[in-house]
Design a protein around this ligand. Structure first.
Ligand SMILES: Cc1ncc(COP(=O)(O)O)c(C=O)c1O
Length: 413
């Protein structure tokens, strides 16, 4: 490898043509050795604190204003949530010590599934070890080789990976483009599952769910909505984007995670009792993996109780989102197409984004650079996650610091 390290990115090291399978590791390690001292940051920077509005970098002990953690309702560190997790730990121990199909299913898992189903207004729900594994398990259980998944091109990696695992025919439509979705529905043969997200995780825009649902109805396709970033915060009752669009009864699979708005970990599918009963026997990523850890289950159950009981948290979140959006826009920061609590700060330059990350850190702001493969090449950005736990004045100050740094690096005028 003779070119400067900036000529490469991780996409260049995925395949090897040499005889030894491990050649690829060697090349990648050499590139990292060149790149890291010069500032190429591979995201593996550990924190030495909870994901609260202020976080501490383990590397140098610096405290920074945190705009990078999901934790949209600030529930991960609420005293009641911590106490509930401690109770779960004291009563059930650290792990469930079994798959949910066998010995791992505890009463607290069933209680949480029932609570999620009641909140969503559907028959039943099933828990998974993570949102990622939920997508793998749900898609591969529902779709067989020969069936088609029609998905938005900006879908999360777990949706693509689920389709691969299912050996489904995958047909992509242009991001949020309903005429393109219609075209796909017209041309794709056989049984069809349409998958869209509520809030898109890297752009922060939302899917026009009413139009998607109407097209699915028209063309006889089933609909799955990944509400990883919209569950518990959208809709009058916080039931998600499907509630916001009044199409809850038109969604066949309600997908969500417990790691974003509830500040915990895990994934779920919610829907009809026959769907969930079927998934319990065919979603391999659930059946062949240990059930969620008891402290997590009791902590998340309390987080869900608070999310439902305190609608003012959502009011605070949306107020904070408005403050952050408006301040960034007033300062000419490019936030792409975002309309949600996920606000990208577009940089579109893979080479300077690490330098800007360090400048932001020096200014007291914690943000992670997002590059390929999370987004397309030359679409690099920072992703701001606004939380109800943030203080609006601190958000204004952070927006000003971000704009100043972007100006210094000539990203904005
Ligand atoms: C749209 C979407 N689906 C699924 C997931 C996976 O969820 P988890 O991180 O809880 O595994 C994510 C994670 O960021 C996501 O953004």
């Amino acid at each position: 490898m003779t070119a400067h390290w900036t000529e490469y990115d991780p996409s260049h090291f995925r395949m090897t043509t040499g005889d030894d399978l491990f050649d690829v590791h060697d090349h990648f390690t050499r590139w990292r050795r060149d790149a890291e001292p010069e500032g190429y940051n591979l995201y593996l920077q550990s924190l030495a604190s909870a994901p609260t509005p202020s976080v501490r970098l383990e590397r140098n002990g610096t405290d920074l204003f945190n705009l990078a953690s999901y934790n949209y309702l600030g529930l991960s560190h609420r005293p009641e949530v911590i106490a509930a997790a401690q109770e779960g730990l004291a009563r059930y121990g650290l792990g469930a010590a079994g798959s949910p199909t066998l010995s791992g299913l505890l009463d607290i898992h069933k209680d949480l599934e029932t609570a999620i189903a009641a909140h969503k207004g559907v028959d039943d729900a099933i828990l998974f070890p993570s949102g990622y594994s939920a997508n793998i398990g749900i898609i591969s259980a529902l779709v067989s080789p020969g069936d088609s998944v029609i998905a938005d091109i900006s879908s999360h990696a777990s949706i693509f990976d689920g389709c691969q695992f299912a050996q489904a025919r995958l047909s992509l439509f242009r991001h949020n483009d309903m005429s393109n979705l219609k075209k796909r529905l017209e041309t794709v043969q056989g049984r069809k599952l349409v998958i869209v997200e509520g809030v898109y995780s890297m752009d922060g825009d939302i899917a026009p769910l009413d139009k998607v649902a109407e097209l699915c109805r028209q063309y006889g396709a089933r609909l799955m909505v990944d509400e990883a970033h919209s569950a518990f915060i959208y809709g009058e009752k916080g039931r998600g984007l499907a509630e916001h669009f009044c199409i809850e009864d038109q969604v066949d699979v309600h997908f969500g995670t417990l790691s974003k708005s509830l500040g915990g970990m895990g994934g779920y599918a919610a829907g009809s009792s026959s769907l969930i009963y079927y998934l319990r026997s065919y979603a391999r990523s659930q059946m062949f993996s240990c059930a969620l850890a008891p402290p997590l289950v009791t902590g998340v159950s309390e987080a869900l109780r608070i999310a439902i009981a305190e609608p003012e948290l959502r009011t605070k979140l949306w107020h904070n989102v408005a403050v952050m959006r408006e301040t960034l826009l007033e300062l000419n920061v490019d936030i792409g197409t975002s309309t949600s609590q996920v606000i990208p700060i577009m940089v579109r330059n893979d080479k300077i984004i690490f330098e800007i990350t360090r400048a932001l850190e020096a200014a007291g702001v914690y943000l992670n650079p997002i590059l390929f493969p999370a987004v397309k090449q030359k679409q690099s950005r920072f992703r701001v996650s606004v939380s109800a736990a943030h203080d609006p004045d601190q958000l204004r100050t952070a927006a000003q610091l971000i704009a100043q740094v972007l100006k210094t690096h000539k990203v904005i005028k």
